[in-house]
Design a protein. Sequence first.
Length: 309
Amino acid sequence: MYTNASYSVLLTLEPLGLSNAYVYPAFLFGTLTYLCIMFFNLLLLITTARSKKLHRPMFILLFNLPITDMLGATALFPQLVYSIVTQTRLIYLPACYIQAFLVHFYGTGNLLILSAMAYDRYIAICCPLRYNAIMTPLCLVKIIILIWLLNFSIMGTLFMLLKRLKICRTNIVDLYCNNPSLLKLTCDDTSVNNYYGLFFIIFLQGGSLSVILYTYAQILRTCVMTNQSDARRKAIQTCGTHLTVYLILQINTLATLVAHRFGSVSPLLRRALGVSVLIFPPLLDPIIYGLKTKELRQSMKMFLKRNVN
């Protein structure tokens, strides 16, 4: 049995199952995917920071999304492409904890940010005359601080509970480290961890879903009642973009969590779902917002033209 003080302990991640012929194509694909994720998200960050017309609550909240997306991608891809080239699936225990923390920090952060953005859209569409009075700079700062503090608090507690356990196994059942796979390494009682994990899943998933359902029900009612077709079209377009991003994350996350809770789920499917959570949202979020949000799309084009020329 190992204690968590044994920082030299090596864990073995699930093998990738790549033949020699696919090693370099897989390395190239993983590297290009990671570079695309970082480029698109950095472009979204820099464009939002440099364009004054985007210094509005919706885009300032959106500014936080690529930060968590890049953290999630960085948790997976560098270690993954390194293991593809070296053909070794070993990882030190501290590195495993860091990877798991970043993975969960990314997912929780995205849910909280998207919930805050739904609230912002609700105020903008349902209470347009009071929008500036409600979404003041001070209110915006409080929301952003609350998002990050809540994320750190939930994840900090989760991993403090995890680190108190002693491990007696070294085989990670996933392609990357995460809380469920680390729990499977211990021979100690994990009841407290399981209860806390279940509580925070219900709190986050249920809470964010409640916010989305309520705000979008109110937005839909307002759009139906309004007589201004342009305002209705713009509201539906803006909310459709947000809802698409939210559903991509939520469906991926819920499917992965359910796959971990039921032993009858195919390990191959569980691993594929787990990896998809760290690939599709970080890759698609900036593309969807860049293509579907007119102000952002125009600012991105101007930024790229200035820097290319």
